[in-house]
Write a protein that binds this ligand. Structure first.
Ligand SMILES: [Zn+2]
Length: 109
């Protein structure tokens, strides 16, 4: 179990606590609103959502990749239901604000 020690920054949105994020293609559930860390992260394909945990995703092989925030070990993640690529996952500790997963434009809320 990984303990997230930094304060969460999205508490202003928690009143909408039943909201879920899902695959834009097949609507499979991907994450709870509670697991959303940031909606304003910039990924290589535009704005990305940053999640603490996700479900229903598969993971490709890890690789070193230069992102806007520096060199990271990441692995692409895809929807396990329809295989749409959703974003990527950080493999090491150097990740923004304790986050583990990024999913970009193929995710809808
Ligand atoms: Zn899908």
């Amino acid at each position: 179990m990984v303990r997230i020690s930094k304060p969460k920054t999205f508490q202003a949105y928690l009143d909408d606590c039943h909201r879920r994020y899902s695959c834009a293609h097949c609507r499979a559930h991907l994450a709870n609103h509670d697991d959303l860390i940031s909606k304003s992260f910039q990924g290589s394909q535009g704005r990305a959502y940053l999640f603490n945990s996700v479900v229903n995703v598969g993971c490709g092989p890890a690789e070193e990749r230069v992102l806007l925030t520096g060199l990271h070990a990441v692995a692409d993640i895809h929807c396990e239901n329809c295989k749409t690529t959703l974003g990527w996952k950080y493999k090491k500790k150097r990740r923004p604000r304790g986050a583990r997963y990024l999913a970009y434009s193929h995710t809808t809320g």
